[in-house]
Design a protein around this ligand. Structure first.
Ligand code: ARG
Length: 465
């Protein structure tokens, strides 16, 4: 076999020696951009149809190209496509194979196009598909949380600030806090999609093309809702990928906080919930262990997604217009963010419906932490005492409770009355946990009735987010 020469490359015309073997490997992207083959073919099909429509390709040439591309797609899917590093990237691999299959017509496909607008188009088509999958998965998770919130609408647990017991809340209400975060993530993703769904094709290398192209036609064939206005911006812009990674970073930050709570709650110290065995693993040395690996890993994966965002921001910050080879480095971080988001969402959407609560322990934890102290203060205020004075009175009662190892609700009326004569027998209605959560019965409050109403609103939102 003869040694390959640079002049054998699709761009080899002006070269007189072969590419250095290391440089060939160093500059190639085929090891990772072959993942875009489907979207590359999709873009080429639309481009060829447009070229035929405007008379740059004949009907026959168009048909040969479409048949060839269809066969190539099949070859890739069957694992019969021979990807070559010499051919650098997914675009040239497919084009070379097309020419091998259909002859000289294959060389006409690239008319009025450059790899610069081609790659920008491929990534957008790829990301648009992935966004639609991620969007559906996010909805599945939100739906699962709403179902669980409904089931646990009246389950009482301690609510925390500073991770210290603060006031009783319902578990359903706590779950719906996560729903709110995820709804914002969903809307951010949706907004990002509008800027992903813009077509660069037609920008060619950077300045547009001399052929009578019909960009509207190509855009319509590819389902793009907009066309990039400026050819220089079209080939260089990667904002949409950065926006996706920003969305991904916020989402993972939320899932990481969620994970942190699940990890705490499965511990013997909290003992609030149980995760089924299928979402946990054991220890090779400590036979008693059941570890919450899935939430821990999601928490851990958050860092790599932040890294993907940082990579892309840094990749773009010093690039002059228009396309630069730097942009080849956009794919791996983007792919990584997409894959990580999909895996983490799947893990959570599968796991959430199976979270088992331990209501007795949750209730007991809420009872132990003087969580109805604010309710006692509010009771005194309703009797006419200024809030600051009420705060002082209850603080003294709590100090007494600490020394006697008694919660407020466990003290006798006489004991409570040491701190204020305004305390009457009806005080015990407000010192119960149930009374406390039921009393916060307004929009956004923790009362079971409000949880059920919020679940219904979430379900409505899911119909038309
Ligand atoms: N593999 C390249 C990338 O991923 C495709 C575009 C290359 N264009 C060029 N003029 N070298 O960005």
């Amino acid at each position: 076999m003869t040694k390959p020469e640079s002049k054998d490359k699709p761009w080899g015309g002006r070269f007189s020696e072969a590419t250095d073997a290391f440089v060939e490997r160093f500059t190639a992207s085929i090891s990772f951009d072959r993942r875009l083959y489907l979207h590359d073919i999709q873009g080429s099909v639309a481009h060829a149809k447009m070229l035929a429509k405007v008379g740059v390709l004949t009907e026959r040439e168009q048909n040969d190209i479409l048949t060839g591309l269809e066969e190539i797609k099949q070859e890739v899917e069957d694992g019969n496509f021979d990807w070559s590093v010499q051919l650098e990237d997914v675009h040239m691999n497919i084009e070379a194979r097309l020419t091998e299959k259909i002859g000289v017509t294959g060389k006409k496909l690239h008319t009025g196009r450059s790899r610069n607008d081609q790659i920008a188009t491929d990534i957008r088509l790829f990301l648009r598909d992935e966004i639609d999958l991620i969007s559906a998965e996010l909805q599945r998770l939100i739906g699962g949380l709403a179902d669980l919130a409904e089931r646990e609408a009246a389950t009482i647990m301690p609510g925390f600030t500073h991770l210290q017991t603060a006031q009783p809340v319902t578990f359903g209400h706590h779950l719906l806090a996560w729903v709110e975060m995820l709804k914002r993530d969903y809307l951010r993703l949706h907004d990002c999609r509008t800027r992903v769904n813009v077509m660069p094709l037609g920008a060619a290398a950077l300045a547009g093309t001399t052929y009578p192209i019909e960009r509207h036609l190509t855009a319509e064939l590819l389902g793009f809702s907009g066309i990039a206005e400026n050819s220089l911006d079209a080939v260089s812009d990667r904002d949409f990928a950065i926006e996706f990674c920003s969305f991904a970073s916020l989402l993972l930050m939320h899932l990481s906080r969620f994970s942190e709570e699940l990890v705490l709650w499965t511990s013997a110290q909290f003992n609030f919930i149980n995760l089924p065995d299928r979402f946990c693993t054991g220890s090779s040395i400590m036979p008693q262990k059941k570890n919450p690996d899935v939430p821990e890993l999601v928490r851990g994966k958050t860092g790599r997604v932040y890294g993907d965002l940082m990579s892309l921001l840094t990749l773009m910050k010093s690039q002059p217009l228009a396309y630069n080879k730097d942009n080849q480095e956009d794919k791996e971080p983007l792919f990584d963010a997409v894959d990580t988001v999909k895996d983490c969402l799947k893990a959570y959407a599968d796991m959430v419906p199976s979270i088992q609560t331990k209501p007795v322990f949750m209730q007991e934890a809420a009872r132990r932490g003087f969580s109805t102290a604010t309710d006692l203060a509010d009771y005194l205020v309703r009797g006419g005492m200024p809030f600051r004075d009420a705060h002082e009175v209850v603080g003294k009662a709590v100090a007494f409770g600490l020394s006697e190892d008694k919660d407020l609700s466990e003290m006798s009326l006489a004991e409570l009355q040491q701190f204020s004569a305004a305390i009457k027998a009806d005080v015990f209605d407000v010192l119960t946990l149930e009374g406390s959560v039921q009393a916060r019965n307004h929009l956004g409050g923790t009362a079971p009735e409000q949880v059920k109403a919020a679940v219904n609103r979430t379900r409505q939102w899911l119909q038309e987010p």
